[in-house]
Design a protein around this ligand. Sequence first.
Ligand SMILES: [Fe+2]
Length: 272
Amino acid sequence: MFRPTLNLSFDFEKMSMEFINKTKCSQNTEHRSLDSIRASLLDPKCTGPETVYSINMDVYQESHLSDLQQRNQLYGVVMYASGKLGQEAVRSQGHLHAISPFSQTRTGEVYQIWQGEAYICMQKSKDEGEFSFYAVLAKPGDIVVVHHDWIHATVNANPNQTLVFGAWCCRDYAFEYDFVREKKGMAYYPIYNGNDIEWIQNQHYEKVDITLSTPPSYEEFGIKQQECIYKQYTKNQNLFEFIINPNKHLEKWDLYKKNITNLYLNRSLYEV
Ligand SMILES: [Fe+2]
């Protein structure tokens, strides 16, 4: 397991975590049950893990709380159960970040995997031209950055392991689900064939391109792959302003998009 510079312990059976010493969490754990997400599944009657995922928003080291509040920045820790939901991988349904009252814009997100494997799925909106679907396969220590205007979802890519990850986002977070619900999901569904994920296109969209890749380096943002993202914040507290206030960092986001387009052009090299 990747070790972040936060002090936590996990109970994978109970899908819960504990915060130790100066590592705190201001909110109660939110557990999402299989019954509560049945309506969004391909097979609503399927069997699967009773608790599908657990979320702890606002995890921090005591000494950083006031700085994080001032910056409108928040760290969350999330667990996704092992197993399958019928033929489907354990996943979130996909959302768009609502406009933050603090920054008056949509906000981004930075993930870091601690245990297991995840596909972080992203979908360009139609406002940017055609839809396109992009999924990054991330392993322990890997960092994945999500653009503020893109719908995204997380998939547990390994049915034999509980997925655990941390993520930076904004404190005044809110989610929009309307578009994804109207389309019955993102453009592709992760479906198991044995223990391998296959991507099946959602027929509620016209044909959509798909790119699968390993995590980019994200040099444009000055972040370092494989180094704890909480630690990177403590070393440079302004580092993640590009997700909280993206309009102040538009050149970096332009480069991010360019690098992803290059990935797409060279996708055979990057296919996982
Ligand atoms: Fe998100």
